[in-house]
Design a protein around this ligand. Structure first.
Ligand code: HEM
Ligand SMILES: *[C@@H]1O[C@H](CO)[C@@H](O)[C@H](O)[C@H]1NC(C)=O
Ligand SMILES: *[C@@H]1O[C@H](CO)[C@@H](O)[C@H](O)[C@H]1NC(C)=O
Ligand SMILES: *[C@@H]1O[C@H](CO)[C@@H](O)[C@H](O)[C@H]1NC(C)=O
Ligand SMILES: *[C@@H]1O[C@H](CO)[C@@H](O)[C@H](O)[C@H]1NC(C)=O
Ligand SMILES: CC(=O)N[C@H]1CO[C@H](CO)[C@@H](O)[C@@H]1O
Length: 510
């Protein structure tokens, strides 16, 4: 037994010596094990594991997991070197086997290289579809959905019934996005053939599987064994996604053709919902393009996740909540529901959003793959490395933020904090990433968030339930645990009873 331990130990040592010789100028690296490398140091909440490692080994560390190499970055100036100075090299996004599968890079799916879904997402992120003009056109859709959402909460409030806020926020943001993208409604009560519901479930599943951290992704020679049926699941999801999208698209094409035949006169203002072209119409208008590159889907959950964290933080910080209510009351006079156009007059709400995205970035790690060798922070970073920019850790770094865990929106309204925005110019605050691979959905999110959070602040206080289903006593904070994944939602759903501050029903336009 003892000799076995000694043997293992000397093997380890040898491995250590050999690997430190080979990687002479790569960044610092914790001790690793043969074959699995640093796998044993990781935990499902990857961003937290990375933060712990960074605290021990510095802001730039090199990790090997099987055959994959990672560079973990957790300070703004190094993040800038990767994302700005070396932007061209670090603009690819091949993450893991699951993503490869769902995005059709697996050899067995060669036929799907340029399929419908892929093209759709590609266009979505490349075109003007998320630009100002299109967003403005869809304002009525967003307004109607928010009013509907507030009404459902008001009804619960009158009945003194609890709501699953996690669920209803997810529905809200999926309704908005899917109506914009596909002109379908995804709540179960008003679906066409249940397409909406199916889309909603799929989006959730895809983001979940992307984030699931699984051994078989990382150990090259085990890949073929498909240890956890992971590959199967990825494959199934990808099939369902494609079938669904093909169907939606062919339905739309038929509809468009019908419309084209019917249009004899262009008299204009008929039904206004018909007039608003949806994303898919626009996509079909855009002519085909054939180039294939990587893309990334973890997008649609993020808005709902941000609102949940904001509501939870407001619940735990009554002082902030009160100040927010004062601002919203002042702007609306409570004669109407808060609306998107009020946004410029809501500096405190905007500070709350920044503070929420600082402490709870829905996407905690920016993942980019290096296409060429680079030098960063004086170290050689070999090509093929996956840079993981830990924006979660930077948001909680006491050298960057005073009392980082404290939820204090005022930090964005005074002194230097005033100049910080979320547009990717400040590398200590990158909730939407930065540069050409930054989030194209930011303008949409930054319209939705103030409107949703503001309307909730205007209309309701909350009674919250704890994870065990017990009503929290007055003054008891709600937990802030995180759930693992590529996006980081709350570990426990927000279940609460809305307590109306005013009767919102007369203010709604439905
Ligand atoms: C609070 C809300 C949101 C947050 C915090 C967020 C955050 C992010 C982040 C961090 C990235 C990676 C950026 C990088 O690597 O530099 C990203 C990418 C992306 N986001 Fe968002 N996002 C949000 C909402 C949205 C919405 C509403 C949409 C679409 C309707 C969207 C669509 C996308 C797409 C398509 C990409 C991939 C871009 C590419 O790979 O080129 N996001 N998002
Ligand atoms: C979109 O509108 C916002 C404010 O409404 C403005 O700051 C931004 O520059 C606009 N973007 C483009 C591309 O016009
Ligand atoms: C509302 O429900 C809560 C918990 O279910 C209960 O404690 C409370 O007494 C109820 N309030 C009213 C006014 O019915
Ligand atoms: C709340 O909704 C989520 C998402 O639909 C669901 O997974 C969860 O079970 C619900 N929680 C409760 C307590 O009903
Ligand atoms: C267009 O068609 C509608 C009904 O088909 C008709 O009521 C309307 O007068 C027409 N407009 C013009 C300008 O011809
Ligand atoms: C190491 C690891 O995180 N393995 C996970 C792989 O995925 C299954 C579920 O699909 C998890 O239960 C494992 O924990």
């Amino acid at each position: 037994m003892l000799s076995f331990v000694a043997l293992l130990f000397s093997l380890l040592l040898l491995h250590q010596i050999l690997s430190s010789k080979r990687n002479k100028c790569t960044p610092p690296s914790p001790p690793s094990l043969p074959i699995i490398g640093h796998l044993h140091l990781l935990k499902p909440l990857l961003h937290q594991a990375f933060k712990d490692l960074s605290q021990k080994y510095g802001p730039l560390i090199f990790l090997k997991i099987g055959s994959a190499r990672f560079v973990v970055v957790s300070n703004p100036s190094l993040a800038k070197e990767f994302l700005k100075v070396n932007e061209v090299a670090y603009s690819a996004r091949k993450v893991n086997m699951a993503i490869d599968m769902v995005t059709y890079h697996d050899a067995t799916f060669a036929f799907a290289q340029c399929n419908t879904y892929w093209k759709f997402m590609k266009k979505l992120s490349n075109s003007e579809l998320l630009g100002n003009r299109t967003l403005l056109r869809f304002l009525p859709v967003r307004t109607r959905e928010i009013h509907e959402f507030i009404r459902s909460l008001a009804e619960k409030s009158m009945a003194n019934e609890s709501v699953n806020l996690t669920e209803s926020l997810m529905k809200l943001s999926n309704n908005i996005i899917s109506q914009m993208m596909l002109s379908i409604k995804s709540s179960s009560d008003e679906t066409e053939d249940g397409q909406g519901e199916e889309a909603r479930v799929l989006v959730r599943e895809v983001t979940k599987i992307f984030g699931e951290f699984n051994i078989s992704d990382f150990i090259g020679f085990l890949k073929v064994l498909d240890l956890q049926g992971f590959k199967n699941r990825a494959m199934q999801i990808h099939k369902r996604y494609d079938v669904l999208l093909e169907k939606i698209i062919s339905d739309r094409e038929t509809l468009r053709n019908k419309k084209m035949m019917n249009i004899v006169n262009k008299s204009g203002d008929g039904d206004k919902d018909d007039k608003v072209k949806d994303f898919l119409d626009i996509l079909l208008d855009v002519s085909e393009d054939k180039d294939c590159e990587d893309f990334f889907t973890a997008a649609t959950d993020t808005t709902a996740i941000s609102v949940q964290w904001a509501i939870a933080e407001l619940f735990n910080n009554p002082r902030v909540s009160k100040k927010a209510q004062e601002e919203v009351d002042r702007v609306t006079g409570n004669q109407r529901l808060l609306r998107e156009e009020d946004s410029p007059n809501l500096p405190y709400i905007h500070a709350i959003i920044k503070e929420t995205l600082r402490i709870h970035p829905p996407i905690p790690l920016l993942m980019r793959k290096g296409l060429t060798d680079c030098v960063v922070g004086g170290y050689k970073i070999p090509k093929g490395s996956m840079a993981c920019i830990n924006i979660w850790a930077m948001g909680r770094d006491p050298t960057l933020w005073e009392s980082p865990i404290e939820f204090r929106p005022e930090r964005f309204l005074e002194g230097e904090g005033k100049t910080l925005d979320t547009k990717g110019n400040n590398f200590e605050l990158l909730p939407f990433g930065t540069g050409r691979r930054g989030c194209p959905g930011m303008p949409l999110a930054m319209r939705e968030l103030p409107a949703i959070i503001g309307a909730l602040v205007q209309c309701f206080n909350w009674k919250m339930f704890d994870p065990k289903g017990k009503l929290l006593d007055h003054g008891t904070p709600i937990d802030m645990d995180e759930q693992p994944g590529l996006t980081v939602p709350r570990a426990h759903d927000l279940i609460c009873i809305p307590v109306a501050r005013l009767n919102p029903i007369p203010l709604l336009q439905l």
